[in-house]
Design a protein around this ligand. Structure first.
Ligand code: FES
Ligand SMILES: [Fe+2]
Length: 407
């Protein structure tokens, strides 16, 4: 049966094949390659995962001031993350409620994507309808002859998308009935304690479009340290794979996590010298100061928490084999006051970029290889334990979705 662009029996066949992925790691296989490359399966994933899970899209300090607004795309929906005059962060649909032009872009002087804008009113570039920062319609020129603006003001606003803030991270959910986010992030709440994530300041944003791999591959690569001694040979020695510990995962958890210890005290992911160049985030425990925490916030975000700064990568997949990413480096206010902070963070980013590019080449190569008729259902190393945890999260959502479609 075909439904909303996908065939349920095709999805069911792949989900049945995925039963062998759930661990323990010594017995688990990887997902069938088709689950990474099939556009029809991506339609299924959009419906049962991306349209109903909490999606992390930004950090509150990317829009610190009233009137700041960040144009983003979430699952093909243009949205604005807006700081209101009341200080509240809202996420509004960027579809103008006159005739539907996007509120940002679509004009010759289109701003660069993902750049924070500021205005007291949100103004549609097509016919100049204007909205307050909370989405209410304020102005609509030349409308009084048909519908008085006063009437329009009473019932038109930019639709507000369900939003929650968790440790300074902005989450949206396109499903009004989804349970609150805190229910699924209890373990992460404990791990985040001490980082003061909501106080950190974005120091560098690296946005990329149309990266050529499936969203699941991104998580797998970020959460398994097995490849780091090989793909990043010579660049990742500060945190050797053998110092990894995988965190417990239970069905219902919204995150998968691992930690990897520093080979030397005061290590830095991008330095081998054993001496951090920026001060540690105050409030960390000794344990947190001695390792890097890698988190997949399922399904679309990866966080890497180092003692001196945090990187959040927001993914926006738009097909089985394509996604956009926004990588935001967050620093403590204390680090931002360090002399030569700008030079240090720029140098750190250059070092980080080497590792990012090594991963990107690998992920694009894997995606291409998954088109092969010889693509494996390979066995996993103990250093890939997180892949079985990611698959437990994913298959649980697939099965729930199939159950509801059958009902
Ligand atoms: S579509 Fe926005 S003002 Fe007409
Ligand atoms: Fe890597």
């Amino acid at each position: 049966m075909s439904l909303n662009g996908f065939d349920v029996s095709h999805a069911r066949r792949l989900v049945d094949l995925a039963a062998s992925c759930l661990g323990p790691v010594k017995d688990a296989e990887i997902l069938p390659a088709e689950a990474y490359v099939s556009e029809e399966f991506w339609e299924f994933e959009k419906k049962v995962i991306f349209s109903r899970e909490w999606l992390c899209i930004a950090h509150v300090n990317e829009i610190p001031n009233a009137g700041d607004h960040l144009p983003l795309t979430v699952l093909d929906e243009p949205v604005l993350v807006v700081r209101g005059e009341d200080g509240k962060v809202r996420v509004l649909s960027a579809i103008c409620q006159h005739r539907g032009h996007p509120m940002v872009g679509g004009v010759m002087d289109e701003p660069a994507p993902g750049v924070c804008l500021n205005a007291q009113r949100l103004v549609c570039p097509y016919h100049n309808w204007s909205y307050a920062l909370d989405g209410r319609l304020v102005g609509a020129p030349s409308m009084n002859e048909t519908t008085p603006v006063q009437t329009l003001r009473g019932n038109i606003r930019l639709p507000e998308i369900r939003t929650e803030i968790f440790h300074g991270l902005v989450f949206v959910n396109l499903d009004q009935d989804a349970p609150p986010i805190a229910k699924s992030l209890g373990k992460l709440d404990r791990e985040f304690a001490g980082y003061g994530l909501e106080t950190l300041i974005p120091g560098h944003v690296f946005a990329q479009r149309d990266l050529k791999w499936n969203w699941k591959l991104h998580h797998e690569n970020a959460l398994e340290p097995y490849h780091t001694d090989y793909v990043h040979k010579g660049y990742h020695n500060a945190v050797p794979a053998e110092l990894t510990q995988f965190c417990d995962f239970d069905i219902g958890d919204g995150q998968v996590m691992r930690t990897t210890g520093f080979a030397k005290a005061d290590g830095d992911l991008f330095e081998e010298s054993g001496s951090r160049r920026l001060p540690d985030i105050s409030g960390l425990t000794n344990e947190q100061r001695g390792r890097v925490l890698f988190v997949s916030l399922m399904p679309n975000t990866v966080a890497v928490l180092q003692p001196s700064f945090v990187t959040i990568t927001f993914l926006n997949p738009h097909s089985a084999g394509r996604l956009d990413s926004r990588r935001v480096n967050l620093y403590s206010p204390q680090a931002a006051r360090t002399p030569e902070f700008d030079r240090i963070r720029a140098e750190q980013f250059e070092q980080m970029k080497v590792i990012i590019m090594q991963d990107q080449v690998t992920q694009a190569a894997l995606q291409k290889a998954y088109q092969s008729r010889y693509a494996p259902r390979g066995h996993l190393s103990h250093l890939e334990t997180a892949i079985t945890q990611l698959n437990q999260w994913i298959v649980d959502k697939y099965r729930r979705g199939l159950g509801e479609l059958a009902a």
